[in-house]
Design a protein around this ligand. Structure first.
Ligand SMILES: [Fe+2]
Length: 264
């Protein structure tokens, strides 16, 4: 059931789980203090201080423990073990969005900023733009994206957005190029045009939805799903600390063939 939904829609939400809530409650104070630390703020605040990006900023071990705290467990973890083998988590991203995101601060170009506002900065993980010409190559082949809300959930408070079914379009586009090339050469294949065309097709054909989840709930994103973060356009009550989501994006063994084809 869960696998069907993930493989058809490209994302799935897991219902409230006491194990997840317990983990989030333990981790949240550590994450909040990192997001408030002046050195970390200098490193990670972007867009006029409206996004603390916090990539790999949480000091968790591969089973999700911080210090003597609980390991990450619950239904979602059982699902992940079933489909990806034993859990080997990366240090999590602590993503905190603040009211007004994204503020234009001149550090990204106007076109990129407009795309961030109008298209929620839609992207597929693992294809970061490189160099002044922003060329796209496959890097960081994540197994999945697991989002664990830790504070402030509101449809107006910059929820994650997903283009449903976009992973089918992205996969077909990449396969049209990569299927003819040995997998050990994929890292060197410039996918810029094919990626931009596929993204445009997703905007035309896929429904854009917002994911709303409370602490204790969580969601999984297909590794090839087009996703982004909605702007924070209106004031929302009780949001001084920002909306925080903890993300895990492990790469596993970095197998690119699995990344593109996989079992789902
Ligand atoms: Fe992403």
């Amino acid at each position: 059931m869960e696998l069907t939904s993930l493989s058809e829609c490209g994302w799935i939400k897991f219902d409230h789980d006491p194990e997840i809530l317990n983990w989030v409650r333990h981790v949240q104070p550590t994450a909040a203090s990192i997001a408030e630390d002046p050195k970390q703020k200098a490193l990670w605040l972007r867009h006029g201080d409206t996004w603390f990006v916090g990539v790999n900023a949480l000091p968790n071990d591969p089973i999700g423990r911080i210090g003597e705290g609980p390991r990450l467990k619950g239904n979602v973890v059982e699902f992940l073990i079933k489909h990806h083998g034993s859990i080997s988590l990366d240090p999590a991203q602590i993503s905190v969005i603040y009211p007004g995101y994204p503020v234009f601060d001149g550090k990204e170009g106007e076109v990129a900023h407009r795309y961030r506002k109008n298209r929620c900065g839609a992207h597929v993980d693992g294809l970061r733009p490189e160099g002044p010409k922003r060329r796209r190559f496959v890097h960081e082949p994540h197994q999945y994206v697991l989002g664990l809300p830790a504070a402030c959930t509101n449809v107006k408070a910059s929820p994650m957005v997903v283009w449903e079914g976009s992973h089918h379009i992205i996969r077909a586009a990449f396969k049209s190029v990569l299927d003819d090339i040995p997998v050990n050469e994929w890292n060197n294949v410039d996918l810029t045009e094919i990626y931009h065309d596929a993204r445009r097709t997703c905007f035309e054909q896929c429904r854009q939805i917002s994911i709303l989840a409370e602490p204790g709930e969580c969601y999984l994103l297909h590794r090839l799903a087009l996703h982004g973060v909605a702007p924070w356009v209106e004031p929302v009550a009780d949001t001084n600390q920002g909306r925080m989501v903890i993300y895990f994006r492990p790469e596993g063994d970095g197998n690119l063939s699995n990344w593109l084809n996989g079992s789902y």
